[in-house]
Design a protein around this ligand. Structure first.
Ligand SMILES: Cc1ncc(COP(=O)(O)O)c(C=O)c1O
Length: 402
């Protein structure tokens, strides 16, 4: 057999999926996944719209569609979603995507040659890291604090590494739950213009806000067209539908469209049409209003339990939305080493944070918790158990150090 492509050399498959092959026991309380809650899916409305769409326009929906997207979908995204974000454009600025994950891939295809540099938040979304590795890029992590990317670090990294791209998840970031402040959003757009860097603004969690005030996108401060906004219906309607969109400068969108032709020809017509129905019938906002209290209660249950049961040496984020809480244990404790004990003895799972960094040693003492898939009771119980495990690890470390 011939050798596998060199581009796969640094791609190992999802480390998280490998960890989760250890699971499968329903007794295990899992904070490890990242899926939206299954009770959040609007099954009845999707079924209603599907029936209506096939009745009205069945043959067109079953035919090949345009790579750019299904026209009513493009119009609905521009009129109902982007206008609300203060963004205006034409169909030439928008490309329908098979999930925002595809947008990350298409921007890479559009801009990156092997050896090019991309800056990422440290830590960042594992799926994006996998994609960047496939393009044989130099991935440079940029430090964050509780307000997101640190601007002085970002500018320094841009000057030093001359990247083509910056990948940023500004709202309720995966994995940390952190949100980039308003001032920093402006600064990111300014730095992108000043140093001619393209920003991938990946914002799939922005509608899952449980408290605080919504913030404008980085894209809304973009005066040069250097920012491409990616969004998705995965967290608001359904990830299985695989629908999202990219919004950006015409020439970038055009190149991404050409790249998409060879990726999947076009995004499924029916799922674009269903998403368009949610928008044109004003059904998305009420749907979100119905699921947000459920997520909000689960997040609060998790944070309250962490306040109560976690050792004081453990620090963690307090997000206002999204699906994740991020924590840090004292130096010297590697969370990957605790994972097996957590699952096998304590029957509770989390994700060791090192998987979210381009170099694992950067986050060996961190962890990500997801609260969407468990009941309130199991969240409280699971956090209590994790608290015991973490206290035990800290005590052991203290004894070892003596
Ligand atoms: C930051 C981020 N971007 C993109 C995605 C993928 O979204 P989609 O289902 O739209 O491809 C995820 C999913 O977890 C994510 O966390």
């Amino acid at each position: 057999m011939p050798a596998f492509a060199k581009r796969l050399d640094k791609v190992t498959g999802s480390a998280i999926r490998a960890l989760f092959s250890l699971l499968g026991d329903p007794k295990i309380i899992s904070f490890g996944g990242g899926n939206p809650a299954k009770e959040s899916f609007p099954v009845d409305l999707v079924q209603k719209y599907t029936d209506e769409l096939y009745k009205q326009d069945g043959a067109a929906i079953l035919q090949y569609g345009a790579t750019e997207g299904y026209k009513p979908y493009i119009k609905a995204c521009l009129d109902a979603l982007l206008k609300n974000k203060g963004l205006s454009g034409t169909s030439a600025n928008l490309l329908a995507l098979t999930g925002s994950m595809q947008g990350i891939d298409l921007i890479c295809r559009t801009f990156l040659d092997p050896g090019d540099t991309i800056l990422v938040e440290a830590p960042t979304f594992l799926g994006a890291l996998q994609t960047f590795n496939l393009y044989q890029t130099n991935i440079i992590p940029v430090a964050m604090d509780n307000d997101g990317l640190i601007m002085s670090e970002l500018e320094e990294a841009i000057i030093k590494h001359r990247p083509k791209l910056l990948y940023c998840i500004p709202t309720f970031q995966n994995p940390t739950g952190r949100t980039l402040t308003l001032e920093r959003r402006k600064t990111v757009a300014e730095l992108a213009a000043k140093y001619d860097v393209v920003v991938i603004e990946d914002d799939p969690y922005c509608e899952l806000r449980y408290s605080g005030t919504p913030l404008p996108t980085i894209k809304s401060f973009d005066t040069t067209g250097n920012v491409v906004l990616l969004n998705s219906f995965s967290k608001t309607l359904s990830p299985g539908m695989r629908v999202g969109y990219a919004f950006g400068r015409e020439d970038i969108i055009r190149k991404m469209t050409i790249c998409k032709q060879s990726a999947d020809t076009h995004t499924s017509n029916i799922t674009q049409a269903i998403a368009a129905e949610f928008l044109t019938n004003n059904a998305l906002a009420p749907h979100l209003e119905s699921v947000i209290p459920m997520y909000s209660k689960k997040l609060n249950a998790m944070l309250n339990a962490m306040d109560k049961y976690f050792p004081t040496e453990c620090t963690y984020t307090k997000p206002e939305g999204g699906l994740f809480v991020w924590g840090e244990l004292p130096y010297g404790i590697r969370t990957l080493d605790l994972f097996k004990t957590a699952v096998e003895e304590y029957k509770v799972a989390f994700i060791p944070g090192e998987h979210f960094y381009p170099s694992p040693e950067l986050g060996y003492n961190t962890f990500r918790l997801n609260f969407s898939s468990e009941s309130i009771e199991r969240i409280e119980n699971g956090i209590m158990l994790l608290g015991e495990l973490f206290k035990e690890a800290i005590n052991k470390k203290t004894i070892d150090n003596k």
